[in-house]
Design a binder for this molecule. Structure first.
Ligand SMILES: CCCCCCCC/C=C\CCCCCCCCCCCCCCCC(=O)SCCNC(=O)CCNC(=O)[C@H](O)C(C)(C)COP(=O)(O)OP(=O)(O)OC[C@H]1O[C@@H](n2cnc3c(N)ncnc32)[C@H](O)[C@@H]1OP(=O)(O)O
Ligand SMILES: Cc1cc2nc3c(=O)[nH]c(=O)nc-3n(C[C@H](O)[C@H](O)[C@H](O)COP(=O)(O)OP(=O)(O)OC[C@H]3O[C@@H](n4cnc5c(N)ncnc54)[C@H](O)[C@@H]3O)c2cc1C
Length: 663
């Protein structure tokens, strides 16, 4: 054990086990998670032969397939059915590979479960669960990802054969990007424009078999393939798909909410957007997933910062641990606080999703819009925080952060597409703004509105209650005030533009930056509120509560300092109050310092899930870096063939022109 890390753990003022328990919803879940992760870590089959970064793309894909199929079988044998528990096992078993069948389990099966009829579920789900059907969610096209009403793929109903005929009429209508579509899947859910009786009926989901179930060759009229190497996700065959007069039976349209009858009569859903439900489900889960990504980067950067020593602070004295530099703390501790904030908010979003999803199942669609706004906003807010935070953690590790040995570049390429997939973040924020503007008249009237948004009607002339003590309640009020004011500003801007003669749509289009500021501020407030509520309700001892409260305050204060203009432009905070906040920020960095390592230990990631020479629990960073480097295929031969092919002839040619000088 590295002595600095051992010392850090002795210095902690709280019991990390209590925090682990809070993060994973109780000791029984912690026990199960550890049991499953240890089972995966000890499994020889999952050991892998060489680090992923030294493998070709095809090797990465094959290793991923082999490992995930093996793990699915193991989980079935162990009787583990809960998706989260399955994910824990997989996270420890194959942390370096993105599952080529992730969309099969993550979107294909859930879409059938949520949007299929009873008969459809009985027909497809057993085959999907036994991998006879391997599916994906094929929505995005080369020409359209965001604007899904603009998708070009058509599904035209032919009453004479009671079939749909699917076509990709243009190059841009080709499905492009779906995970596992290129080579792995034999079927998919295709989002296409339904046409019956010659009329367009909007986009709907269709089950389409794309490959023969025995030979895996393409079905007639189907062309598909891999889209090539990407920034990350390279063990996945994100694919393209072109459909030419592909016929599928009428029963293959997902018909739980809308229907096409035998004669082609279209029965619309109660709400046209109910078919977007799988996206809402995934967005709710992306919040905790972002917390996972950011927290892993924090574990690596904070443990490494405790081990790494650089620069004599006093001449001839010992070099300081880099974690002792206030600037390093200022970069890392707010991110640590953000990772906690996102964990708790993700948990809240998942619970809220489940609550509203069961209301929707029961036919009550009243909260659909609010659920959509919450999930879209938190997905965007959390993925932005995660991706920016991972990059800061990488920079905090100096040169070694740039190596794959650190594990951080892999985290970055794995998590940054979260800002784009499942709804591009700016677009998602505009959906939040749309929701807020729609309920704004009710907010202003003081009509009956959900507690999530009640504060938005507050009196904007009020000033902050902040004193030198910097209480959490005052911090939350500051966020509420800023969100209410930015929303009011955006609304006023739109009204002014309308008064000046613009149409409502033109006024909206000329106000999207202001609307995005308001939506982000709303999401930020949501996170501060959730974090402070979970900390104040937490059943933990006083020392643990004190540490969590310090983190929560740091999250809030850092959010204010980083966006200071929005908190002071209307004089809400006085200059005096801003100086309280700045002082408190510095105090909190010092307060959190002795607990930083224990706070990252509390995330409870086994070394294998981190896959990092820098973030090891034992802190043996330097021997690990040396071992990693030795693994490079460059080092398999003392002299590479390329020396004989290129360097030697070049040297010979040069030495003929100018004889070599004596060394
Ligand atoms: C692999 C997935 C794993 C899943 C997790 C499983 C969980 C298991 C549990 C534990 C395991 C933990 C592991 C978790 C791991 C999670 C991480 C995941 C890794 C993910 C891997 C990659 C997956 C990527 C997949 C994709 O990207 S699929 C494609 C996604 N595409 C989009 O998101 C498209 C974005 N565009 C849109 O959504 C829409 O077009 C739009 C922008 C919203 C606009 O739509 P439209 O034009 O129709 O609407 P508007 O005119 O703007 O508005 C009209 C009204 O409609 C309302 N509206 C809009 N959308 C919705 C909605 N979704 N729901 C409800 N209502 C909606 C809007 O509010 C308007 O209402 P109005 O009243 O104002 O009129
Ligand atoms: C790794 C990865 C995996 C994916 N997996 C899948 C999958 O399994 N299945 C699937 O169907 N798709 C998948 N996708 C596709 C993904 O869902 C889309 O890329 C995403 O929805 C964004 O759409 P787009 O690419 O069309 O971006 P665009 O909409 O072209 O966005 C480009 C820019 O335009 C801006 N913009 C676009 N429209 C607006 C607007 N209305 N207002 C303001 N700004 C706007 C955006 O903010 C952005 O800055 C995946 C993508 C990636 C990267």
């Amino acid at each position: 054990m590295n002595p600095d890390l051992a010392q850090e753990r002795r210095r902690a003022t709280f019991d990390p086990e209590q925090v682990t328990s809070l993060l994973y919803r109780g000791p029984e879940n912690v026990r199960k998670r550890r049991y499953l992760q240890n089972a995966a870590i000890q499994d020889q089959v999952l050991r892998g032969s060489k680090p992923w970064a030294f493998q070709s793309r095809i090797e990465q894909y094959e290793t991923a397939l082999q490992m995930y199929i093996y793990m699915m079988n193991k989980l079935d044998e162990m009787g583990v059915t809960d998706p989260l528990e399955r994910m824990y096992y997989q996270e420890a078993g194959a942390p370096h590979y993105y599952n080529p069948m992730a969309l099969h389990t993550g979107m294909f099966i859930p879409s059938i479960e949520k949007q299929g009829t009873k008969e459809q579920k009985e027909r497809w789900l057993p085959m999907a669960r036994s991998l006879q059907l391997i599916g994906t969610y094929a929505q995005t096209e080369m020409g359209h990802g965001t604007f899904i009403r603009g998708l070009e793929t058509t599904a035209t109903y032919d009453p004479s054969s009671q079939e749909f005929v699917l076509n990709s009429p243009t190059v841009t209508s080709m499905k492009f990007w779906p995970g596992g579509l290129g080579k792995t899947s034999n079927c998919c859910l295709v989002m296409a424009q339904l046409i019956t009786h010659g009329k367009k009926r909007g986009i709907h989901l269709f089950f389409v078999q794309i490959r023969d179930l025995k030979t895996h060759r393409h079905m007639p009229g189907v062309e598909s393939g891999d889209i090539g190497p990407k920034f990350g996700f390279n063990s996945n065959d994100n694919g393209y798909l072109k459909l030419s007069n592909v016929r599928i039976p009428r029963e293959n349209m997902l018909m739980r909410y809308s229907k096409v009858l035998e004669d082609g009569t279209y029965v619309p859903p109660t709400n046209q957007r109910i078919g977007y439900g799988t996206m809402v489900f995934v967005r709710a889960h992306i919040v905790t997933n972002s917390a996972r990504g950011l927290s892993k980067a924090c574990v690596i950067a904070i443990r490494y910062s405790a081990v790494r020593r650089q620069t004599e602070v006093s001449p001839g004295g010992p070099e300081a641990q880099i974690i002792d530099y206030q600037t390093q703390q200022y970069k890392l501790f707010p991110l640590l606080a953000t990772a906690y904030a996102m964990y708790f908010t993700g948990r809240y979003a998942e619970d809220y999703y489940e609550q509203i999803a069961s209301e929707i199942e029961a036919g009550n669609l009243e909260s659909l819009n609010q659920l959509h706004a919450v999930c879209a906003g938190l997905k965007a807010f959390s993925t932005w925080a995660c991706t920016a935070g991972i990059e800061t953690c990488r920079l905090c590790c100096g040169g070694h952060g740039y190596s794959h040995a650190s594990g951080i570049p892999k985290l970055y390429t794995y998590y940054t597409p979260g800002c784009t997939y499942e709804g591009e973040n700016n677009v998602m924020m505009l959906q939040v703004a749309r929701f807020l503007m729609k309920i704004y008249p009710d907010i202003k009237r003081g009509g009956p509105i959900h507690e999530f948004v009640q504060y938005l009607g507050a009196d904007l002339t009020q000033k902050s209650c902040m004193t030198e003590e910097v209480a959490l309640g005052c911090l939350l009020k500051a966020f509420q005030h800023r969100a209410a004011r930015l929303l009011s500003d955006a609304a006023a801007r739109i009204e002014n533009l309308v008064r000046s003669g613009k149409s409502r749509q033109e006024a909206w289009d000329a106000s999207t930056v202001a609307l995005t500021w308001a939506a982000k501020a709303y999401c930020h407030t949501f996170v501060v509120r959730t974090f402070s509520q979970i900390v104040s309700d937490a059943a933990v001892d006083k020392s643990t509560k004190d540490v969590l409260t310090a983190l929560c305050k740091l999250y809030a204060i850092d959010g204010i300092i980083e966006n200071l203009g929005e908190f002071i432009e209307d004089g809400f905070f006085s200059p005096h109050q801003v100086s309280f906040l700045k002082n408190k920020l510095a105090d909190l960095l010092a307060e959190i310092r002795p607990n930083a390592v224990a706070l990252v230990d509390a995330f409870d990631y086994p070394d294998k899930t981190l896959d990092s020479c820098l973030g090891r629990y034992d802190g043996q960073v330097y021997p690990a870096l040396y071992e990693y480097a030795k693994n490079s295929p460059f080092n398999e031969q003392e002299v590479l063939d390329s020396y004989h092919k290129f360097i030697k002839p070049a040297q010979t040619e040069q030495s003929q022109r100018a004889p070599m000088a004596r060394l």
